[in-house]
Design a protein around this ligand. Sequence first.
Ligand SMILES: N[C@@H](CCC(=O)N[C@@H](CS)C(=O)NCC(=O)O)C(=O)O
Length: 225
Amino acid sequence: MMTLYQFESCPFCWKVKALLHYANIPYTVVEVNPMNSKELAPLDLKKVPVLIDGEHIITESSVIMDHIDNHYVHLAADDTVAEWRTWVDNTLVYFLPPIIHKDFGTSWQTFGQVLKPSGYGVFKRTLVRFAGAMVMSRVSQKKARERGITDAPAGLAAAVQHWAKDGLAGQKFHGGDAPDLADLSVFGIFRSTDGLAAVRLANTTSSEFAAWYDRLKVMTPSTAV
Ligand SMILES: N[C@@H](CCC(=O)N[C@@H](CS)C(=O)NCC(=O)O)C(=O)O
């Protein structure tokens, strides 16, 4: 069985989970402590997600998705899938942190929600929640400015409209009648913050997006064991 090293709040990890869940592939989870990543030390790695599949130790969410798809799923891919996946990793993902970690209070709420399924006890959860909110409310604004994002909600709304108009283009999924890796990558990013401000904003920006998001949410029940 595969093992996924992850942070529950990590959007890149959710891209991988979107594919595992959609393909109904069971896996075990190692929840990495975001304050020290000590679970990754034996692997000599610093970032999540990391997937262990037999003798393969794979890093980078898109590389992991390719590994899973090439070995086990074989989703159809048209010429535009690669382009959309690059857009997800280089553009879309950066609009979310300044929204869900806008200030300490918002970030505190965000961590409260994303840490619920982490399996941490109350003490550790509160500590990670507090430290996470302290760090992320500062770092996410700074990082957004460095990337030239001055109005994250407007940027996210434009990205959602782009995906709905040019990505979905009147179809159920980018992949047509079934999702492809572009769908699962976009979905994974939003799914990491399900129920929070960024998803609410996306759902109110585009009814096509909202219907697509709901459809995929139903199709991707967790397969973590
Ligand atoms: N390009 C990587 C990005 C992974 C990444 O940035 N992961 C973050 C969590 S969302 C992380 O592990 N940060 C810890 C660190 O940088 O020390 C991917 O797609 O997997």
